[in-house]
Design a protein around this ligand. Structure first.
Ligand code: ATP
Length: 401
């Protein structure tokens, strides 16, 4: 982890940024981009594996995935802080692989703010511009504009230690804004803030995007940030892209089990089993016990027909279960492990008779006791079937009106 002092020095060294307006066409294109750390050594590590990604001009793209999936490495390659091992990286219509960071027209906002502790808010924001010998009057105007945008006007003379975490992060944003970059790069900028401040800053960054109308690429491991902020989300795993789409499309039509499980809280339930044909219909049957036969709808039967008897996974989001009578033909019989009544909704953790663990979301305050029997059934209009081996979703993508 870098200290607050190291990063600005690197930025100063590379003098990242600058353009004079946000009007430049500044989509970002990654073509077969690779990063291998320590190539040729026994420690060689292929962190980014030939990814293709087109980030549109003025788009808010979120790179999301678990720790170590390569999202920061990708962002740092776009910034020029990390050299790509192979592949093409373009900003606007220029290939920038060999362009110095300072000439790429990007500004990066880091998780740890990276402010100079001995400088005032105004000086922190002005610092990069001073280095570039921007005229004094222009610096002042840009700093005042940015401070106004970020609600920092009354704090311009304070030092960072006299600011809250959220205010410090706003100064870090201000320092990027005054440079008027074509592309903003954010590396987990909200991770150091408490939960309430994160929610507030999330909204502020989204508003900022609308106001500045600039391309923004935002790295996070937090699926809620991805869902709420992104025009589109790029879900990554082990250096590869698993899916790129608008948040709701990913939620409703996950391409695979990884995306299905990563986006959505609590995560999607996965019931392991296979589909059998009987009595003119199709049934999903638990692999473990053959119990809890669920009759599939015509839509699911159509999809499952080509996969009869193969190991499949039925994916059901917690909100797509409802409580039912024990003798309901579609019932999954389970026992309560933990109940979490939250007020507007309750999450009930269940252990099904076949060993599957489930989380169901029931509306309102639902009191339950540990060990209590509970029968639930899935809303089959909303469930997904996955191939257990390839983990790919079997149904055709849904068309969103
Ligand atoms: P996190 O959310 O934890 O920051 P990330 O998805 O941003 O994760 P990266 O920082 O891009 O992940 O790292 C991707 C992989 O590359 C990780 O396994 C990491 O250990 C490895 N890695 C990163 N930097 C280096 C380096 N300088 N040398 C060797 N391996 C590295």
């Amino acid at each position: 982890q870098k200290t607050a002092y190291e990063i600005p020095l690197r930025l100063v060294g590379s003098e990242m940024c600058i353009r004079d307006s946000f009007s430049f066409m500044s989509g970002v294109t990654l073509k077969n981009l690779n990063k291998t750390y320590s190539p040729g050594s026994t420690d060689a590590f292929h962190a980014v594996k030939g990814i293709d990604l087109e980030i549109r001009d003025k788009e808010f793209m979120v790179l999301v995935g678990p720790s170590g999936c390569g999202k920061s490495t990708t962002l740092r390659m776009i910034a020029g802080l990390e050299e790509a091992s192979s592949g093409d990286l373009s900003i606007g219509d220029r290939v920038v692989n060999d362009v110095l960071p300072k000439n790429r027209g990007v500004a990066m906002v880091f998780q740890n703010y990276a402010l100079y502790p001995h400088m005032t808010v105004a000086d922190n924001m002005a610092f990069g511009l001073k280095l570039r010998k921007t005229p004094k009057a222009e610096i002042q105007q840009r700093v005042e504009e940015a401070a106004d945008t970020l609600g920092l006007t009354s704090m311009l003379n304070r030092k960072p230690k006299a600011l809250s975490g959220g205010q410090r992060q706003r100064v870090a944003l201000g320092r990027a804004i005054v440079r008027k970059p074509d592309v903003f790069l954010f590396d987990e900028p909200l991770s150091n803030l408490d939960a309430k401040m994160r929610v507030q800053m999330r909204a502020e960054i989204s508003k900022l995007h609308a106001r500045l109308n600039a391309t923004m690429i935002y790295v996070t491991h937090d699926q809620t940030e991805a869902m709420t902020m992104g025009d589109r989300i790029c879900v990554m795993k082990d250096g590869e892209i698993m899916q790129v789409d608008e948040p709701i499309n990913i939620y409703q039509s996950p391409a695979n089990m990884f995306t299905a499980g990563f986006i959505g809280l609590p995560q999607m339930n996965f019931l392991h089993g296979s589909v059998q044909e009987a009595d003119g219909g199709y049934y999903f049957v638990s692999q473990a016990t053959g119990a809890d036969r669920i009759e599939l709808t015509a839509r699911l039967g159509e999809i499952a027909r080509a996969h009869l008897g193969k190991p499949l996974v039925l994916g059901v989001r917690p909100e797509h279960f409802s409580a039912c009578e024990a003798d309901d033909p579609q019932a999954i019989h389970a026992k309560v492990e933990v109940g979490e009544p939250l007020g507007a909704e309750s999450f009930i953790h269940l252990s099904a008779a076949n060993g599957d663990k489930l989380v169901v979301r029931l509306v309102g305050i639902v009191q339950s006791n540990i060990g209590q029997s509970l029968s639930v059934k899935p809303n089959l209009d909303e469930v997904h079937l996955f191939d257990a081996e390839s983990e790919l979703r079997l149904e055709a993508p849904r068309v969103v009106a």
